[in-house]
Design a protein around this ligand. Sequence first.
Ligand SMILES: [Zn+2]
Length: 286
Amino acid sequence: MLTPRQRVILRQIVSPPYIYRWAGLLTTLALMTGVTFVVLSDVGSREVLATGAAPAVSTGPAGRPVRSAADAPALGMPGMARPAITPSLLTVTDSSVDRPAVALTFDDGPTPQYTPQVLDLLAEYNVKATFCTIGNQSVAHPELMQRIIAEGHRLCDHTMTHDATVGQNPHDLMSRQLGTSRTTIAGSVDPPATIDYFRAPEGAWTPALDQVAAETGMRPLGWSVDTLDWTQPGTAAIVNSVKQGMHPGAIVLFHDGGGPREQTVEAVRQLLPWIQEQGYQTVFPS
Ligand SMILES: [Zn+2]
């Protein structure tokens, strides 16, 4: 027989309210124990990571707008993961000098209005650039082509007529077109220049165009910093796009033709000293 006191105790233990309170207390304790264990485990693993070999971390700049959605390789700078930018991006390197290298490119010329101004500025700062010229304009302005070569710059094939659909053509036609533009641009100077690069107008690359350019002896030349100068956004906007987008290995896209380019010329006037102050050396894409 239970005493009255024992009955009270028994009733308190087995009565529902107490069962729920005990269950709640035990569940809370279990959860707190679990959380404490997880937190301590995490801290431990972080300490291991911090003292061990650091994982590879991308130090690249913010991604630039992708001009073409095709499969784009990264820039390929050693030890640096770069965002995919353009299908045919080349690496800009010059191992002979221990300074970060960048390349400046000027498209859609030559034009009597702007190309000489750009060349004057490049000469003033002893900077070499690559000019992606249009075949018909190269023939129309051989004196400008001659000056580009004479002053140590390089040429790039930008098709005969700035044909942005060339990459859609059948292989044979595409091959003839690039062969003609390359020969024409090369032959616009005396002796004929070497044309190592091809740049698709409007960045309208196709895998077939890449292949034909290579078959024709030219390396597809992409870019990683698009100044959008052809939209005439204002000199300050062009300057800022370069200052914000510049990075070791950058290929910068300007235009010295195709429309009014006073803003481009003024931006280049402001940017050349800045580029040198930043410690960059200007090289040709390689
Ligand atoms: Zn162009």
